[in-house]
Design a binder for this molecule. Structure first.
Ligand code: PBG
Length: 324
């Protein structure tokens, strides 16, 4: 054959492939989610998330220092609230000495340059396991938004760099931004879970925090996975309301959404590679059915290639080890 163009020329050796690679993942791309629990010296493996742990504050601080050493620059905090502190209004979420607020302060103290992002939603604090206040079997919007705004201020006061509302109530970004402005937290960012879908892939996370909904599901506030245009509407509204970063969640079944959002907006886009996505790779690897290391790199590179500027992933540490 006499061909004018041979595409395999650019694939023939590792050196050439590395030179022409379009997408590179780096440690600074990753946001490491952390699950924090009360107590001291506690490190409990989450049964549905092999090799991922809930840790007490002291061990979380150690972990954060290690992440920093590795080049990871951002952590996303979730706390497991004790059952007796849960109520319908998420009262404990506003406690200035609550587990979240103490965790933020401890991490800031030990590792001041690490970016601290905090989950803002009521589910870990809710006796119903819902992201908002429940009235007559419904998750009510406006009363919930008030709590979310106060919660965000409380996280900012403790030292959070970004609040990350994951609740999907309407108008919460505006309310949070206004509350932060009113209280003088003009440097606190908002990473909005803008296109968050009602997904079965959150299952293991709800085990980690013991936060599964006590009744019903989250379909009246999280998005229907059949929809794409709606994701664009959500992110544009969140940006108008004051979001600094918008997020698409989950990631792997939503790569088209990540791309659509990336092409539409002029703010950074993050993607959340969620607990179920982690669990699937871990389980298949344990069975010997997938090469875990390759599956991690391929998944995370795919998410970045789709358009994510940053990725929240339970594989953050593994990925950094693999790429360095
Ligand atoms: C709660 C919240 C969830 C996740 C992040 N924040 C679960 C849910 O909405 O039920 C999921 C994260 C994961 O699965 O890794 N607002």
């Amino acid at each position: 054959m006499q061909l004018l163009r041979r595409n395999r020329i650019l694939r023939q050796s590792p050196a050439i492939r590395a030179m022409v690679a379009e997408t590179l993942i780096t440690p600074a791309d990753f946001i490491a989610p952390l699950f924090i629990t009360e107590g001291e010296n506690i490190r409990e493996e989450i049964p549905s998330m092999l090799s991922y742990y809930r840790m007490s504050i002291d061990l979380t601080v150690k972990e954060v220092k290690e992440l920093w050493q590795m080049g990871i620059r951002s952590v996303l905090l979730f706390i497991k609230c004790n059952d007796e502190l849960k109520d319908n209004k998420g009262t404990e979420a506003l406690n200035p000495d609550g587990l979240m607020q103490r965790s933020i302060r401890a991490i800031k103290n030990a590792c001041p340059d690490m970016l601290i992002m905090t989950d803002v939603a009521l589910d870990p604090f809710s006796s119903y396991g819902h992201d908002g206040i429940v009235e007559n079997g419904e998750i009510v919007n406006d009363a919930t938004v008030e709590v979310l705004a106060a919660m965000s201020v409380s996280h900012a006061a403790a030292g959070a760099d970004f609040v990350a509302p994951s609740d999907m109530m309407d108008g919460r970004i505006l309310a949070i931004r206004q509350a932060l402005e009113t209280e003088g937290y003009t440097k606190t960012g908002i990473m909005a879970y803008s296109a968050k879908y009602a997904s079965c892939f959150y299952g293991p996370f709800r085990d980690a925090l013991d936060s599964a909904p006590g009744f019903g599901d989250k379909k009246t506030y999280q998005m229907d996975y059949a929809n794409r245009k709606e994701a664009v509407k959500e992110v544009l509204m969140d940006i108008e309301e004051g979001a600094d970063i918008v997020m698409v969640k989950p990631a792997m079944a939503y790569l088209d959404i990540i791309r659509e959002v990336k092409d539409t907006v002029d703010v950074p886009v993050s993607a959340y590679h969620v607990s179920g996505e982690y669990a699937m790779i871990k389980a298949a690897a344990k069975m010997g059915w997938l090469n875990e290391e390759k599956a991690i790199l391929e998944s995370l590179t795919g998410i970045k290639r789709a358009g994510a500027d940053m990725i929240a992933t339970y594989f953050a540490k593994d990925a950094v080890k693999l790429i360095s």
